[in-house]
Design a protein around this ligand. Structure first.
Ligand code: EPU
Length: 419
């Protein structure tokens, strides 16, 4: 298993180019199941999770090609309606094939995703939403079976909590349902808007994406289209935090500053200088990092996917910072690794971290527990005195494209140790 070795203490300087968003690319690729033809997706990042969904689609019978960040899927050959455990267990987002399969073929069998390091992560709202559209759902032997032999029928769907992949699954399913569907209390993330735009290019009739109420007028069929994946707002935020933490001076390019309202506001509160332009952000860290309080919330609130990186930053802030994780119940595993590097963090009630700033972190061997935790440890390694070796970086490879090369180009002393 590969490791990442970082010797900290260098200020990041220069420009970094942001890749396409993993969490936008995955639903787009899944949406190609709805189409009896060819879909082309541009700006797709080269990541483990993209390889995972490719394997899944190919197993269903689709043919895929992935070159120069362009992913082409021909879904005309799909003849298997089952997403197997061995493929789903590698990536929970595989649940995204459920809605499209049942919508196009009237039947789907998808291995039930289990919990993961960050929480239980149930899919009950995906299932009750599909039931509202007329699907019959049964769960047996670890598999979800959904059937709608005469097709799905539009209806009202209310989500108890805004769910990102749940909203995406239902939006895809409703695109081919008979009549109108309204998704209420829908997730509003930019990735939802990206998927709605792509589906509309394929011939769907979706309005309201990006607001809590999405209206979908079902159509009989969708056709192939060429769609572009939006820039990764979490990768953007990760480089911004790394720049601030190292008191660096970095221009983050090919991003959408509008998608980063919460992150920009919190970085400014730490004292960093942040200037936004149409598709780039200039960030300059300040010598003194001020303490801040953060509560993760559904978009446009502060993203849970940026919580771990900010925790690394405030370990060296002046004073006490409070971080409240309200989306996932177990998303502080990185805190224990940061403690090993000299941070002062106390967790109370399971989802509140009190971080008392220390003068510096010290390099140490640490272990990544999930994707964003691994980004947090990279940032901690960049600011620590001495050398940090991060193991289990396969978590990072799921969602960050050539991250060590991008940091190296900004002046970091970072390398991958392959085993
Ligand atoms: N939830 C339920 N029932 C459901 C669905 C969700 O109770 O049927 C709960 C979850 O347990 C959680 C909350 O609702 O407490 C929100 O979860 P959501 O469904 O929005 O999460 P997700 O769709 O599984 C996506 C991203 C995650 C990101 C979250 C929150 C993708 C592929 N994944 O997950 O990304 O953290 O939204 O923004 O889009 C990552 O990239 O590292 C990552 C974990």
């Amino acid at each position: 298993m590969d490791k990442i070795q970082i010797t900290g203490g260098r200020q990041l300087k220069g420009e970094v180019f942001i890749s396409g968003a993993k969490n936008a690319a995955l639903p787009l690729i899944a949406s190609s199941i709805l189409v009896d033809g060819v879909c082309t997706f541009e700006n797709v990042p080269r990541l483990m999770d993209i390889s995972s969904i490719r394997l899944l689609l190919e197993d269903l019978g689709a043919s895929c090609k992935f070159e120069d960040h362009t992913f082409v899927v021909d879904g005309s050959g799909i003849d298997k309606l089952e997403a197997e455990y061995e493929l789903v267990r590698k990536m929970r987002a595989s649940i995204l094939v459920l809605g499209p399969l049942v919508a196009r073929f009237g039947k789907a069998k998808v291995s039930m995703p289990g919990g993961c390091a960050i929480g239980a992560r149930p899919v009950n709202m995906h299932l009750s939403g599909l039931e509202a559209l007329g699907a019959t759902i049964t769960i047996a032997a670890g598999y979800i079976e959904a059937t709608a032999e005469n097709g799905l029928i539009g209806n009202e769907v209310y989500f108890d909590i805004p769910t990102v992949t749940g909203t995406e699954n239902l939006m895809m399913a409703a695109a081919l349902a008979k009549g109108q569907t309204k998704l209420r209390n829908a997730a509003r993330e930019p990735e939802i808007v990206c998927l709605a735009d792509a589906l509309n290019l394929m011939g769907a009739k979706i309005s309201g994406a990006g607001t809590p109420v999405i209206t979908i007028e079902g159509v009989n069929r969708l056709q192939g289209a060429t769609c572009r994946v939006i820039p990764d707002r979490i990768e953007t935020g990760t480089f911004m935090v790394a720049a601030a933490a190292t008191r660096g001076d970095v221009i983050v390019r090919d991003c959408v500053p509008d998608h980063l309202g919460g992150v920009i506001s919190k970085l400014k509160a730490t004292g960093a200088m942040v200037k936004t332009f149409e598709d780039r952000i200039h960030i300059k860290g300040s010598e003194t990092i001020k303490n801040i309080d953060i509560k993760t919330l559904p978009y446009p609130g502060f993203p849970t996917d940026m919580q771990a990186q900010f925790m690394a930053l405030v370990t060296i802030a002046q004073g006490n910072s409070m971080i409240h994780e309200s989306i996932f119940e177990n998303r502080f595993i990185h805190a224990n690794e940061l403690l090993r590097m000299g941070a002062d963090i106390k967790i109370s009630g399971g989802n509140i971290a009190n971080v008392r700033g220390v003068s510096h972190l010290q390099g140490a061997p640490v272990m990544a527990s999930d994707l964003r935790a691994s980004a947090s440890l990279v940032i901690a390694g960049l600011i620590a005195q001495g050398t940090t070796v991060i193991s289990r970086v396969y978590h990072m490879d799921r969602g960050y494209e050539t991250i060590e090369k991008k940091f190296e180009a900004l002046g970091a002393d970072i390398k991958r140790i392959s085993s």
